[in-house]
Unconditional design. Structure first.
Length: 172
C-alpha cells in the first residue's frame, strides 16, 4: 500500500512539476512560495497591532504558541521520515528553488501557511476564503517548484492545522 501511495505521489508530482516550464507560472509561484517564508506572518502581526484589531492579543498569543509547536514538530518529523526531496532523486525534476535542507516530509511552508490560515480564520472569519486560498497556493507552489511531493504538502497542512487547533484549545 505504501508503494502505491508513493507511486501516486510521484506521478502527481511529475504532472504538477511540468507546469513550471511556463515562464509566467514559474515566476508567479516563486513569489507565492516567498510569501510563505515567514515575512508575511510578521507583517500580519504588525498590521493587526497597528490597526488595533479586535482579538489581537489572543490572536497573537495562540499564533505564537502554534508556531512554537509547529517548528520543532516539523523539524523532528523531517529527521524521522528522511524523505529525499524530488529535486534530489528525480533526474527529470525541474526545480526553481534551492531547498534549505535535504528532506521533504513534511513541508514546513505548507504547515506554517495552514497554521496561519487556521488562526486568521478563527479570529477574523471574514478573511477565511483568502487565507485558505493563499495557504493552498503556497502548498501548490512547493510542488510546482520541485521541492516537495504532494503528500509532503498534505502532511504539512495537517501538521499546521493540528498545531493551530491545539493552541486554540489550550488558549481560548
Amino acid at each position: 500500500m505504501l508503494r502505491a501511495i508513493n507511486n501516486w505521489d510521484v506521478k502527481c508530482f511529475e504532472k504538477l512539476n511540468h507546469i513550471q516550464t511556463f515562464r509566467f507560472s514559474s515566476a508567479f509561484f516563486r513569489i507565492v512560495s516567498f510569501t510563505g517564508d515567514g515575512y508575511i506572518y510578521a507583517a500580519v502581526g504588525v498590521y493587526l497591532f497597528w490597526a488595533s484589531a479586535h482579538n489581537y492579543t489572543s490572536s497573537l498569543s495562540t499564533s505564537l504558541m502554534a508556531f512554537l509547536l509547529d517548528l520543532p514538530s516539523f523539524m523532528l518529523l523531517k529527521k524521522i521520515f528522511k524523505r529525499p526531496r524530488p529535486c534530489v532523486i528525480l533526474s527529470h525534476c525541474k526545480h526553481a528553488l534551492e531547498p534549505r535542507d535535504q528532506f521533504s516530509m513534511p513541508s514546513g511552508h505548507a504547515a506554517a501557511a495552514a497554521l496561519m490560515a487556521c488562526q486568521l480564520s478563527h479570529f477574523y472569519p471574514q478573511v477565511k476564503l483568502i487565507s485558505y486560498t493563499w495557504a493552498l497556493l503556497i502548498g501548490l507552489s512547493r510542488v510546482l517548484l520541485g521541492v516537495h511531493y504532494p503528500m509532503d504538502v498534505l502532511f504539512g497542512f495537517v501538521l499546521g492545522i493540528c498545531c493551530s487547533k491545539i493552541s486554540l484549545f489550550l488558549w481560548v
